[in-house]
Design a protein around this ligand. Structure first.
Ligand SMILES: Cc1cc2nc3c(=O)[nH]c(=O)nc-3n(C[C@H](O)[C@H](O)[C@H](O)COP(=O)(O)O)c2cc1C
Length: 178
């Protein structure tokens, strides 16, 4: 089975997650077509028989190019087995209401675009202080302090649960075949 693994990423964590998804897909014997949606280049969706898309939340929104892609391809996405991986920091919060907020981010995207993925996975992202400019670093340090996340700006901090991601990809491969 040929699976499109499309992603948008601002600081690289969603790209890393998509690359891991593609590696899992290939290791399991399927083919992965990795597409950087954020590049906004030409693409052809003739061949993939399934799709896994991955995108991060920044200031409560998915990247505009990603939303535009999903809107444009919703009909095709709904015609094949598909899944969405939403990348946030809030999903790792100690507070139930913040985790719920993170779990609801996909709802807006899906109602806005008409995409109906069979499965949705909420993945924790990363704090990549080394990638931020001065203002972003200050803002993210404040957000991290509120979230009880690491505020040590001299290191990057990754929260993605790779085992849960692997399980999700394995479950999707089963769903896609039923
Ligand atoms: C400027 C900025 C705003 C963010 N806003 C949110 C947010 O509103 N909610 C949230 O859960 N995570 C937020 N995050 C955390 C990102 O989702 C997380 O860092 C993720 O790993 C980014 O993915 P990327 O590296 O693929 O861009 C924000 C991060 C940045 C840098």
């Amino acid at each position: 089975m040929i699976i499109l693994v499309g992603y948008a990423s601002v600081e690289g964590q969603s790209r890393k997650i998509a690359e891991r998804v593609a590696a899992e897909v290939e290791a399991a014997g399927d083919r992965a077509l990795l597409l950087d949606i954020g590049l906004g280049g030409e693409y052809a969706l003739g061949h993939p028989e399934a799709a896994i898309l991955c995108a991060p939340i920044h200031a409560a929104r998915y990247p505009a190019a990603f939303v535009a892609f999903v809107r444009q391809e919703a009909e095709w996405l709904n015609s094949v087995p598909s899944a969405f991986i939403s990348v946030t920091l809030l999903i790792r919060s100690e507070l139930e209401e913040e985790r719920q907020e993170a779990q609801h981010f996909p709802d807006g995207l899906l109602s806005e675009t008409g995409w109906k993925p069979a499965m949705v996975h909420n993945a924790a992202g990363a704090l990549r202080y080394s990638e931020y400019d001065f203002f972003k670093r200050w803002m993210m340090k404040r957000m991290a302090a509120q979230e009880k996340a690491p505020t040590d700006i001299h290191h990057d901090h990754e929260f993605t649960d790779w085992t849960a991601l692997r399980r999700f990809v394995a479950d999707f491969r089963v769903t896609a075949r039923t």
